[in-house]
Design a protein around this ligand. Sequence first.
Ligand code: PLP
Length: 386
Amino acid sequence: MELTHALKQIQPSYIREILKDAQSEGVISLAGGLPDGQHFPVKLMASSLASLAQRPDLFQYGQTAGYGPLLDYFRTQFQLPEHHDSLVCTGSQQALDLIARAYVNPNDKVVMEAPSYLGALQVFGLAQANILSVSQQADGPNLAELEACFAEQAPKLFYAVPDFHNPTGVTWSVPVRQKVAQLCQQYQVTLVEDVPYRELRFSGELLPLVSSFCPEHALVLRSFSKIATPGMRIGVVSGKANWIAPLVKVKQSADLHSSIPMQAVLLDLLTHDEFPAHLATLRALYQERYTSLAEQLQAKLPQGCHSNPVEGGMFIWLTLPPCDDFALAKQALTHKVAVVPSSVFYKQGEKVTPALRLNFTNATSEELVIAVDRLVEVIKQECGIA
Ligand SMILES: Cc1ncc(COP(=O)(O)O)c(C=O)c1O
């Protein structure tokens, strides 16, 4: 059967394709965006999971918007105004898909930073959006480019990951947040603020959400994949009630609702006395691994390679001297280290800076040391450095 034109244009996900190789014996993977499976809060969920057998009501069809007590919790936690709502989604990835289906017609303009989250490139690509790129700097998007883009192109959406960006780890400064919010208001562009890594800050100060400066012009996507477990598949989108209602309608046709038993377990977890301690442990663990990776890179990388420090999240972005980073990543796999080349984070045909995304949350500090040794050898080979 012939595929749709939209799907034919979508590149398969490099990360999903190499996942099998990345998981094979002896390979150290810095490729995926995986949280550490040894630290899933399963003990904190144990009694909640066991109690499900006594709660058959949770196994009936439920409301599309989500499990009522969880929605009430979100309203309080996120301090939502009366005229804002939340919709529980099957991962924040589904929220992106619902937004695209509800609001993006073919050729509608959607602005993204370059590089950008691959899953968002895929969603907006499938929706046949006209993706406009704005370059990213150390403290967020290039504001002059962004304003010119808003003024000249009148885009509908600006998709952004302001906290510990995937793939670059960049966090927007407060002045950048304020300016972007002001531009969204001035040019009537809806900000889609995607913050799955926000709770994984291990140094520096918590910064206000960009949407806190333009709440009437934003949809906020939160995820529980990185702080609870990705397998629960729970995320949530919040914003003005009249913007959430169409998403509920699309979700009805997509999957009726997300798993109610899992939402009940998530609520028990988020309100568990020991959940803050779990978060603190996770942050300390990821900080230790980040420090280990950053120090190894600093000590061992050849000239011409560069990475900026990060204050949280899961990734370091390593820029390389001129080379074919795709070939380099393939070569790294034969040396038993998996990494992701920069080209997969750009829309097709765009000018790409040779770089690698390195994940530091899924390998131990000891493995990270070995991974850097292997990687340095490959970089020297592929970039022709003696
Ligand atoms: C920026 C970004 N947004 C969304 C997602 C999807 O997360 P979820 O597991 O909640 O669907 C990811 C996953 O890695 C991500 O990096």
